[in-house]
Write a protein that binds this ligand. Sequence first.
Ligand SMILES: Nc1ncnc2c1ncn2[C@@H]1O[C@H](COP(=O)(O)OP(=O)(O)OP(=O)(O)O)[C@@H](O)[C@H]1O
Length: 411
Amino acid sequence: MSTVGLQKITKAFPDGTVAVDNVSLDVRDGEVMVLLGPSGCGKSTLLRIIAGLEDPTTGQLLLDGEPALDIPPRDRHVAMVFQDYALYPQLTVAGNIAFPLRLAGVSVEEQSERVADVAAALGIGELLNRKPSQLSGGQRQRVAMGRAIVRRPRLFLMDEPLSSLDSGLRAELRAEISSMVRDLGATTVYVTHDQAEALTVADRIAIMRRGVLQDVGTPAEVYGRPATMYVAALLGTPKINLLEAVVHVYDGSRVALRIGEQELNVPWDDLRARALAHYHGERIVVGLRAEALVAGGHELRGRVRYVEHHGHESLAYLDIGAFAVVIDDPTGPVTAPKLDRGFLARFRKRPDVQTVATTPEGRHTRRRAELAVRLGAAPDLQPGAPMGIGVHMDRVHFFDWAGARIDVGWR
Ligand SMILES: Nc1ncnc2c1ncn2[C@@H]1O[C@H](COP(=O)(O)OP(=O)(O)OP(=O)(O)O)[C@@H](O)[C@H]1O
């Protein structure tokens, strides 16, 4: 049994940097909780607070329901895995994995038994006599994991464990890590800035921005019902289009969203239409992911700007004469569309990027929107071709201008 409770944790460093800002989060027994966010958002600081390497300025930490801030790090029974492996170069693989057991005074027989078990589970049983310098990056990371597991900790803390590996190996190892921690049943807090990694590894994801917790939920929940525009922009490939729209209610009977020169109707039997009606005359943001759109419908019209081929499918990027909001955060993800030269030349004459608002979500800029629509493998489409677009309204997200979700029964 192992749970973590973070209660209103704030960490301000002496220079005034607030790395973690009033974060409350419960990690359940046996759960893999991923802390996701861009560099500098406070993920590592939170992890270090759980490990006891850092004290919060205010707030409480509970381990297994008990206040834990006074427990020294070595007595918290947590194992940390970092991105830079930190293996002892002079020790063999077996020596590295056995190291914490040796420190703990475990007998030599038990040490070699446990090392062999762990190495077999990680597929590095053949490498026990090698030195770290004779291993590949992936093998070194497995050894580092082995050294953490062998102690049978009640809690794993992993800080970007895969970030120094190439992308193929990352994908392979993240699947392995997620099945391994589940087999062990160990509660895990896993830090990453990679949304794809978070969506694969996590039971639940906690999304952070500038020290503030933005959203918590299963991968399906945070992807399917993002709490804020920022969360929507962070998750998914291709990135969501965040379109600037103005709400118009016709005679209290129909809600339409004016997107550029076009109108997207929200049927009155869509329960969210009532929530949207409160914004009559106001600017909101409409989030459209590729899976909300189908080529050949009639809800929106656009012109093909360019087509991106991905082998099994392709993505058409359409100009629909609308503006997209870009979350302008130097440390955050930017939903900047790819701009070709001609586009840039035309828009230099009429700048498309301008600051339009400063909200709690950050400084917003707008750009000419490019709507991504999924198509078959090799569509016969030329730039400039007109295309009708169908919209699955149930997959469309609405946010107010400050970036908070507009929805029925939303918190
Ligand atoms: N000792 C310190 N003194 C002052 N500021 C600090 C200190 N340690 C961290 N910070 C700041 O606190 C913020 C959060 O840092 P943290 O390392 O937790 O972020 P992170 O999300 O883990 O980023 P990364 O992925 O780059 O490690 C950053 O702005 C960082 O510069």
